[in-house]
Design a protein around this ligand. Structure first.
Ligand code: AHR
Length: 496
């Protein structure tokens, strides 16, 4: 089976915003407690932050981290997580006991240790404008007022300077505490945005879009919210999770195309509202929750959950196919880097996560860690339009290309081709026209993530069972790159 494409720096999509490589930490299961934070763990630092996890977060190449939720934020009182008195509360979103020993100040300290930018969500489920601006004053105002002086009293003299804020979470979802109609939410988001901007003019604000492309309100939700809030927000959010349904791997492997369609439809809706509102600005996208999630497995156990602190929830263990799909989702995001400026893989540790941390034990890389780390490392620069010519197959997602690909040119001129072969049976023989890169261009490296056993996973006992491995035989001959992409594989080919 053959496929081809052209790599030419003359045809660029956009410069990648580094915030495309974001992640998400929610008070959910063991993401915070026994994930990033575990006082008493042998690897914990003086703040209780796990150093082994911090090392992996840095290696993963995460740039921005969304916090504190998720469904959790829609019932959250941020004041519970600051200062010396930390009440224990019920978190009804995840039927968990929340001791609030980790809160805003700890999170900011952790982001500094991890070298990431914080992205904070305000509660627009059970709360509103006043609590949002109180939180903003606590976080960003230097001093001399009730909330800013309280932050100082709590030991943080310097403002947190959080620029990127989510106006609630998944407010279109009936499962959300304080779920609203599009008109109700649109008004509240606009009022909150206006009030927040009156306190701090440097903010970037994200309005909730749809919790998924299959939501019955998708499309009209975004249009209605933007009717109210177009002028005062910068981004609309998208959330999407993918899993194989009834063993349909062919459709699962097409998840990247579904993500691209979701992005294109949301962009169209935002631009429609640009025309309707006669605005000159453009609304960009924050894909602030995306991943493979075996959600049906979780839904089957949801009704049996008991009230517990940090229960093991949503602890998916990913295999080779999952990693290839995650690679394809990263390709989808890069291919739309002109409009998707922020994206957060959900979530960072333990909860549907690239990093797994055993309580009291080791931390290790899940299979999906690798495509993210490689995309973050080599996907910085300018995305090129590669226009793959590829055989197609039919599945529930429609007609889908076997090859899914994109290329990014770094500042130093090197080009990285990211390519997924979705065929479950055949290698794809790729011929890429690279003449525009000049005579001297060489293959620096071709790594492949695949396995004879597509169900192979990593574990504490075998943490490196699945990882990208270098392959030989990839080369350039008179301006054409030749590479063989194995069935169900994630490929990173670096040229320079
Ligand atoms: O990431 C897990 C959950 O998925 C989040 O809390 C919610 O926003 C989404 O439904």
């Amino acid at each position: 089976t053959k496929a081809s494409l052209t790599i030419d720096p003359a045809f660029a999509i956009a410069d990648v915003d580094p915030r495309l490589f974001g992640s998400f930490v929610e008070h959910l299961g063991r993401c915070v407690y026994t994930g990033i934070y575990e006082p008493g763990h042998p690897a914990a630092d003086e703040n209780g932050f796990r150093r082994d996890v911090l090392d992996l977060v840095r290696e993963l190449g995460v740039t921005v981290v969304r916090y504190p939720g998720g469904n959790f934020v829609s019932g959250y009182r941020w004041e519970d997580g600051v200062g010396p008195d930390r009440p224990t509360r019920l978190d009804s979103a995840w039927r968990s006991i929340e001791p609030n020993t980790f809160g805003l100040g700890e999170f900011i300290k952790w982001t500094r240790a991890a070298g990431v930018e914080p992205m904070m969500a305000v509660n627009l489920g059970t709360r509103g404008v006043q609590e949002a601006i109180d939180l903003l004053e606590y976080a960003n105002h230097p001093s001399g007022t009730h909330w800013s002086d309280l932050r100082r009293k709590h030991g943080d003299a310097e403002p947190y300077d959080i620029r990127l804020w989510c106006l609630g979470n998944e407010m279109d979802g009936p499962w959300q505490l304080g779920h609203k109609t599009a008109d109700e939410y649109g008004r509240l988001a606009a009022e909150t945005a206006r009030a927040m901007r009156m306190i701090d003019r440097r903010l970037e604000l994200v309005a909730c879009g749809s919790s998924g492309a299959t939501m019955p309100t998708f499309g009209t939700w975004e249009a209605t919210v933007l009717k109210h809030a177009y002028d005062v927000v910068d981004y609309v959010s998208l959330h999407a999770y993918y899993e194989p349904i009834d063993g349909d791997v062919a459709t699962f492997l097409a998840s990247g195309d579904r993500m691209e369609a979701f992005i294109a439809d949301t962009v169209a809706t935002c631009d429609h509202m640009r025309a309707v509102t006669r605005s000159t600005k453009r609304i960009n996208l924050s894909f602030d929750e995306w991943n493979v999630w075996y959600m049906r497995k979780f839904q089957a156990q949801e009704s049996t959950l008991e009230w517990r602190h940090a229960p093991p929830l949503l602890e998916d263990h990913y295999d080779v196919t999952d990693a290839v799909v995650v690679g394809s989702l990263l390709i989808a995001l890069l291919r739309h880097a002109d409009r998707v400026r922020v994206a957060c893989q959900a979530q960072l540790v333990n909860v549907i996560a690239p990093i797994f941390a055993e309580p009291g034990g080791p931390a290790w890389r899940q299979t999906i860690f690798h495509p993210f780390a490689q995309a973050s490392r080599y996907g910085r620069g300018r995305v090129l339009r590669v226009e793959p010519q590829t055989p197609v197959y039919e599945c529930a997602a429609g007609e889908v290309g076997l090859l899914h690909a994109t290329a990014v040119q770094a500042e130093d001129g090197t080009v990285t081709l990211f390519a997924v072969n979705r065929s479950q049976t055949d290698a794809l023989e790729l011929a890429a026209n690279v003449r525009a890169l000049g005579d001297g261009v060489r293959v620096l490296e071709h790594t492949v993530l695949t396995d004879e056993d597509l169900g192979a996973r990593n574990s504490a006992a075998e943490p490196d069972r699945v990882r990208p491995r270098p392959v030989t035989g990839t080369g350039i001959d008179t301006g054409t790159l030749h590479a063989s992409l194995p069935p169900v594989s994630w490929n990173v080919i670096r040229l320079g």
